[in-house]
Design a protein around this ligand. Structure first.
Ligand code: ADP
Length: 766
């Protein structure tokens, strides 16, 4: 402890000084106020021992003057004066203590100095802390008010002055009610009391929107966070308030605009309906008359007209038929926008069978062949689905190339929707018409080349979009097209799936392994219920029974591989082929991680595996990851353990991870996880689209390398702000030439050079 001893009497000073130094103090001496001031401004001291009577100053003035220079250094008075008044006065002027020279032993002086230094440190800290809090409150965008137990205002920051138009001096000590309009005071008071009476927690928070009053009488909405803090036996309160008039106005304006737009749309719809009515009746009437008289004319003049005249009549009849087809298509279009009650569950497989039967003649003539996935049931009316698939398939046949048509139809589940694709090997569509073809009457060919009205895809689009879906095409002229569209999935049987309690189905025939798994679960911190079946056959019976009686399915299946009757592989294949059961994550219990069984299981679209013996930490990490990924509403803020992160990384990169899990993983907080999802060829197109706008350039780079990224997304990425992303694309040999050519002119020379190199290798190959 370094102490400055300020004292005049050389005798006294040398004796006390010696004793104090022997006690371990590091002492510096000043015999006048001016020397003391000079020393404290130059050097650091932990404390000052001060005699008030010096040769150049005496009495309380000495303390007052020295304090001006000795900021933050505790001062203990050490004097011969025994006046009580003076003792009180020096404490008032900030001295830590008052010691009498000669009467207090040096050991006590030392103790007193130590206490003063400590106390001073704490006080300084406290002061700093208070200053910090005050600065935060003063600079807060929220108005801050603190209140005592009787709701009298004890603090009021600058923002509160501005928000309520009252200065701090004006409100201190007054009741909080002054910021509430008169007519609302009783009501708010009652509500607040009611909430606070319900609990005696030491901190209680209440937040709501209320109406406040400005000093000028203006009323305005505020958002208030109200805290009650227990202090000893009483409570004090504080409140943060924010003026939300602007936000409210914005919300009201938005609502007004939405309403205006809705009214406008309703009007437009009404007009469209009337138009459809006119089309169906009024337009068809004269058309029928023209058709009827043209037929009569043709009959009555048969053989009497020359060739030209007969041809003219032929044109009239042809024109009327085309007109009739157009009118019918318009009618269908207006009908296809009607969305039903959403309770439909139509099986797309049977729809497709009907469509193929309807088109059997053209299928036979064109020798078309089909590759069909097993299709799901969707929440769309049957008639609309028939129109949709029939347009898609008939176009694939109509716009065929030189080879007989090969048409493949697939469906993939994605969160709440199904993504369908209809691929053909036909003439394809130029990229620049990819959006236009979905417009009404849009056609790319003359009628003599390909007959049609140009309404087919417009009807498809109306059906898809009115169910909240999307439709788009990817195509290379000459190489065929893929039409993609999304449709809503039906409400799944697994509604309640993955609540807090995990329901586990264990399929295992070895009693000791059953026991081991049970013990591992008991030791985990999971909340679970487990049902055990002893072989594959029993497992399938159990699952089918649950499904058919619409009971809750298990949240996860733990499946052993080697079982009698039906082994794990067979069970897995059956589960994955069932449109409902396949949503359940399956964990394979394998004997070793490198086992051939694992590879076999991977082929069978296994979700996860765990090597035996099953232990509590392994199982907890795996099950909580699965639980997190598959349950309805993920907790966003959950922090993952290292094990869980590793599992999520593995899952994100695994081609057999369910699309719903990939969709969740795409929102993972960890960049590496999102990056793997972006690279995974199994990731649904919609998710890739979203990831292409991810904040992390690594993730966007992943999307650019994914073989299934739609061309429109690649195009957007080729203009990405990150040089790395563009560089990655420029080196991608699979990128369409058009985009490579754009990149070859990139402003970044490395990107441009890479693109030129890729283009050069491509041309060489050709
Ligand atoms: P339509 O077939 O009656 O002309 P659509 O609305 O069904 O009308 O299709 C619009 C245009 O889109 C077609 O004229 C055709 O040029 C193009 N088109 C549609 N499907 C395909 C396809 N599978 N392959 C190539 N072009 C297609």
């Amino acid at each position: 402890m370094r102490i400055l001893l300020v004292e005049d009497s050389s005798m006294a000073s040398s004796s006390s000084r010696e004793t104090l130094e022997q006690l371990g103090l590091d002492l510096e001496h000043a015999d006048s106020l001016s020397t003391a001031i000079e020393l404290v401004t130059k050097e650091d001291f932990d404390g000052i021992l001060l005699d008030l009577d010096l040769k150049d100053s005496s009495g309380i003035g000495t303390l007052i003057e020295l304090r001006e220079y000795a900021h933050g250094i505790p001062i203990v008075i050490y004097t011969q004066r025994k006046e009580r008044d003076q003792a009180l006065q020096v404490i008032k002027y900030g001295a830590q203590d008052y010691l009498l020279k000669g009467e207090v032993p040096e050991t006590s002086v030392l103790r007193c100095l130590r206490h003063s230094v400590e106390r001073n440190k704490v006080e300084l800290e406290l002061h700093k802390h208070q200053e910090r809090i005050q600065a935060i409150l003063d600079n807060s965008y929220d108005a801050f008010i603190s209140l005592d137990s009787k709701m009298r205002i004890t603090d009021w920051n600058k923002q509160a002055e501005e928000t309520f138009g009252r200065t701090k001096a004006e409100v201190l000590g007054r009741n909080m009610a002054i910021i509430i309009p008169h007519h609302l005071r009783r009501q708010y008071l009652r509500q607040t009391e009611k909430v606070f009476n319900q609990s005696d927690a030491s901190i209680l928070k209440l937040s709501s929107e209320i109406t406040a009053a400005h000093k000028d009488g203006r009323e305005f909405p505020v958002e208030i966070g109200f805290f009650r803090v227990r202090e000893n036996t009483d409570y004090s309160f504080c409140a943060f308030l924010r003026d939300i008039s602007e936000r409210q106005r914005f919300k009201e304006e938005l609502e007004r605009q939405v309403q205006e737009r809705t009214e406008h749309l309703t009007q437009q719809n009404e007009l469209l309906k009337q138009f459809a009515k006119i089309a169906s009746h009024d337009l068809q009437e004269p058309l029928r008359a023209v058709q009827g008289f043209a037929n009569l004319l043709a009959d009555s003049t048969r053989g009497k007209l020359d060739k030209d005249q007969e041809e003219f009549i032929g044109f009239i009849m042809d024109g009327t038929t085309r007109m009739q087809n157009l009118i019918r298509a318009i009618l269908l279009h207006s009908e296809s926008g009607k969305v039903e009650d959403g309770k439909h569950a139509t099986d797309c497989n049977s729809v497709l069978n009907e469509v193929l039967a309807n088109l059997s003649t053209s299928i036979k003539e064109s020798e078309a062949t089909f590759e069909l996935d097993r299709l799901p049931r969707v929440a769309v009316q049957r008639l609309h689905l028939i129109q949709l698939f029939q347009n898609m398939v008939s176009n694939a046949i109509k716009y065929r190339g030189t080879e007989p048509p090969l048409i493949s139809i697939t469906a993939e589940e994605n969160a709440t929707q199904w993504l369908f694709s209809v691929r053909d090997n036909g003439i394809g569509i130029d990229h620049k018409y990819a959006n236009k073809i979905f417009d009404m009457f849009a056609r790319l060919h003359g009628k003599s080349q390909y007959p049609g009205t140009g309404m087919g895809l417009a009807i498809c689009k109306r059906i898809v979009t009115s169910h909240g879906g999307n439709i788009w095409v990817e195509s290379t002229p000459g190489d065929g097209s893929i039409f993609f569209f999304t449709l809503p999935a039906i409400e799944k049987v697994r509604r309640k799936a993955m609540k807090d309690n995990i329901e586990i189905l264990l399929v295992e025939d070895t009693p000791s392994d059953v026991r081991l798994t049970q013990e591992a679960l008991k030791r985990s911190d999971l909340k679970y219920e487990m049902h055990v079946v002893n072989d594959g056959e029993e497992a399938m019976e159990h699952l089918i029974r649950l499904k058919e009686s619409h009971q809750d399915l298990p949240d996860v299946i733990l499946l052993d591989l080697n079982m009698p009757r039906k082994n794990g592989h067979e069970v897995l294949a059956e589960i994955k082929n069932d449109s409902v059961l396949r949503a359940i994550p399956v964990v394979l219990l394998t004997v070793s991680e490198n086992d051939e069984d694992v590879l076999e299981a991977l082929k069978l679209k296994m979700n996860y595996y765990i090597a035996k013996p099953v232990s509590a930490p392994k199982l907890t990490a795996l099950l909580s990851s699965i639980h997190q990924l598959h349950k309805e509403s993920p907790e966003e803020s959950k922090a993952f353990s290292q094990d869980e992160t590793r599992i999520r990384l593995v899952l994100a990169g695994n081609q057999h991870t369910a699309p719903i899990a990939l969709t969740r993983l795409a929102a993972d907080a960890n960049d590496r996880v999102r990056c793997r999802v972006a690279e995974n060829p199994r990731t649904p197109a919609g998710v890739l689209m979203k990831l292409s706008e991810d904040a992390s350039a690594e993730v966007r780079l992943g999307v650019s390398e994914n073989p299934n990224t739609p061309e429109t997304v690649l195009e957007a990425l080729s203009k990405d702000v990150s040089d790395d992303v563009r560089l990655g694309l420029a080196s991608n040999h699979k990128l369409p030439q058009r985009l490579l050519e754009n990149l070859a002119e990139d402003e970044n020379i490395y990107v441009a050079a890479a693109a030129q190199k890729t283009l050069a290798t491509l041309t060489q190959r050709v």
